[in-house]
Ligand binder design. Structure first.
Ligand code: WT7
Length: 645
């Protein structure tokens, strides 16, 4: 595989960027030429941010799996596409070559067809990090079914909501999943999610942990049986190399649910062609991937990072992608470095929260690990603090590996702002320059472009993007107006990211964090409204307010202020009870780090909770809480401060 569009110098970056802004259609057309199309597009781009309506590669026809698999078979058939590292390091590694991946994907595509799945149907995937998860995702893409992967940490209730929102008729899951010392009973959680569900027709269950599970006749089938049957059909009927379904460039490829500032997660919808071109282009350029390199993205496929940089980006580039089932700290905090050593990993791409967590174990876990194969380090998910950046640089990269700080979002499909490894300059804790095709702008509350630098020469504002890049979200599933109001209505003719940012005189961007009611806990997005809804479902809770506060490892922790109905309670016990409710409603990832019981919340006369004040208290601010005179009862603030945890 060669990448003629790989940027090789700062000058090349500058000219690519310039061209991408002056002639976006010509620029992306040249790049899109490097993919396999059943039919080329008639027109490159049509868009407006009013509705919004965004179409790339209009009337182009393709199938993303032919680009991720089939086109590599001739030259890379025997090359590992996926190297799978099991949770338990004693268990056997699995190496999936491109040929094997091809076979498994068309075989599973046949399984889906046998089970009644058609193009456009929604298939919910709730699995651990096993190669079969990749087969399931790509099998859906092969026949044009829309996959909706749900992270294994979400509760039955969250799954039920997502199943309903997507009107999904099919589920692919596992009996259980191994994660560190824990076994997660995935099928049993799915069974709970399906109580009262009348839409799901089929659940396909892959055996991983051999935990006893219930299998309902007529609804639940075993993956292994289905694959065997598909194999026999393929042999007998000679349906060899199950042809991929032809997709329109704009046909939806997948839905991925993510949190916003309202209580209900949104189903972000990505297209086929634009998403493919973007994940490939950013993968090849940001990480400066060279054929044969081993790329290790530590994310879970349940999040957008796993979709774009374990599967679609690397595979479309014919790369070797490491897929890790476990967690960074099990059986010990040296696990990532064992994996780097074992597979001679060239690029590791992880989250600042993981780096900070591993830092806290000191240098002992690094002893005896050969990290000399590493060439590029990457981070994603949250702002990286300078201390973590330097630790990563010195101890992992040994000062020799460029670090790419990649800023993007579930909605953007792939990286939008990042340095290119070793090509454009890095600056600790700065995401630096936009990718070609990305036109950021910083605006004030009213939408006016920030033009006056502060005394440090920095522009400050809310980060927006002026024009569409190929992988911008197309809609939110089932509710297009929600997409418009969430992202395109705050400022006219701009996509609003929800993040605040700084820009220096070199044009580098530094992302400072969310400016809406969205928290970023360990690189995962969670809405304060969602957390509050969950807490409020707990019997006895009258009202609550959740805010973020700085957390050494997680980046942000969740601090909840709760009004509880009974005066004399065992606080410790009640906290644990509330944790249980939140785990049931959302999942353990949304558990507050601190719960403070209070008698009242600071409210304006019109009844609005003044979160600004609560945020300051949670952050440990004691004096400057800002103006409290508009409060209905300013005394509650003192009260809350006295009880601060
Ligand atoms: C939010 C998006 C992108 C995949 C993982 C998270 C924050 C992401 C960075 C970064 C500072 C970052 C933003 C963004 N974020 N990357 N390099 N520097 N902040 O995806 O769950 O959709 O969250 O993560 O606040 O809006 P997500």
């Amino acid at each position: 595989m060669s990448y003629p569009y790989q940027i090789k110098s700062l000058e090349e970056y500058n000219s690519a960027y310039k061209k991408s802004v002056e002639d976006p259609e010509g620029f992306w057309e040249n790049i899109a030429e490097n993919f396999t199309w059943r039919k080329k597009w008639d027109k490159v781009l049509e868009w407006n941010f009013k509705e919004p309506k965004i179409k790339w590669f209009i009337n182009g026809k393709l199938n993303i799996t032919e680009n991720c698999i089939d086109r590599h078979l001739k030259t890379l058939g025997d090359q590992p596409a996926i190297i799978w590292e099991p949770n338990n390091p004693e268990e056997r590694t699995r190496v999936v070559t491109y040929s094997r991946l091809h076979k498994r994907v068309y075989q599973f595509a046949q399984v889906l067809i046998n089970n009644g799945v058609k193009k456009g149907d929604r298939v919910c995937i709730y699995m651990g990090m096993v190669p079969e998860l990749a087969y399931a995702v790509l099998g859906c893409a092969r026949i044009g079914a829309i996959h909706s992967v749900i992270f294994g940490g979400f509760s039955a209730q969250s799954i039920a909501d997502r199943l309903y929102d997507a009107q999904a008729e099919f589920i692919v899951t596992c009996d259980g999943a191994y994660r560190g010392g824990k076994d997660i009973p995935l099928k049993s959680i799915i069974d709970d999610a399906l109580i009262g569900n009348r839409i799901v027709k089929r659940v396909i269950v892959y055996t991983r942990t051999r935990t006893p599970i219930s299998m309902l006749k007529g609804r639940d089938v075993w993956w292994e049986d289905e694959m065997e049957y598909a194999e026999s059909q393929i042999e007998k009927d000679n349906i060899i190399r199950m042809p991929a379904t032809e997709m329109d460039a704009e046909d939806p490829l997948f839905i991925l649910y993510t949190s916003g500032s309202t209580g209900k997660p949104k189903g972000v919808v990505h297209s086929s062609a634009g998403y493919m071109v973007w994940t490939n282009y950013t993968f090849v350029n940001v990480f400066q991937y060279k054929p044969g390199d081993v790329f290790f993205c530590t994310a879970d496929v349940g999040w957008i990072t796993g979709h774009s940089y374990i599967l679609y980006g690397p595979l479309s580039a014919g790369a070797t992608s490491v897929m890790f089932e476990g967690i960074p700290t099990w059986p010990d905090a040296g696990r990532f470095w064992d994996i780097v050593d074992k597979y001679k990993v060239n690029t590791i791409y992880t989250a600042p929260t993981a780096i900070r967590s591993l830092m806290s174990y000191g240098l002992e876990p690094l002893k005896g690990k050969d990290l000399s194969s590493l060439k590029v380090l990457g981070t994603v998910g949250e702002p990286i603090n300078e201390e973590a950046w330097h630790w990563y640089d010195e101890n992992i990269g040994k000062g020799n590996c460029p670090i790419v700080d990649t800023w993007w979002q579930t909605e953007t499909g792939g990286i939008l702002i990042s340095n290119l490894a070793g090509i454009t300059p890095a600056k600790p804790s700065w995401a630096t320059l936009p990718m070609p095709g990305v036109q950021p702008v910083l605006v004030d509350e009213k939408g006016n472009e920030a033009t006056e630098p502060d005394e440090d020469g920095l522009l400050k504002g809310n980060l927006c993007i002026k024009a569409p890049w190929p992988a911008i979200l197309r809609t939110t599933y089932g509710d297009h107006d929600r997409c418009r109001t969430n992202y395109f209505a705050t400022y006219e003719d701009l996509y609003f990211t929800g993040d605040g940012a700084l820009k220096n005189k070199d044009g580098y961007y530094r992302i400072t964090g969310r400016v809406d009611d969205v928290l970023n806990v360990s690189g995962h997005r969670i809405g304060t409204a969602e957390v509050e809804n969950a807490i409020n479902m707990h019997a006895g809770v009258i009202e609550s307010a959740a805010v973020g506060y700085p957390h050494d490892i997680k980046g942000q922790g969740i601090y909840a202020f709760v009004i509880y109905s009974h005066m004399h309670i065992d606080e410790e016990q009640t906290r644990k009870d509330i944790f249980q409710t939140v785990s049931r409603v959302i999942g353990a990832i949304a558990k507050p780090d601190k719960i403070q019981f209070v008698n009242g919340l600071p409210k304006t006369r019109s009844g609005k909770i003044m979160r600004r004040i609560l945020r300051k208290i949670a952050e440990g601010e004691t004096k400057n809480l800002g103006d409290t005179t508009t409060l209905l009862d300013p005394a509650v603030v003192d009260d809350i401060q006295k009880g601060k945890l």
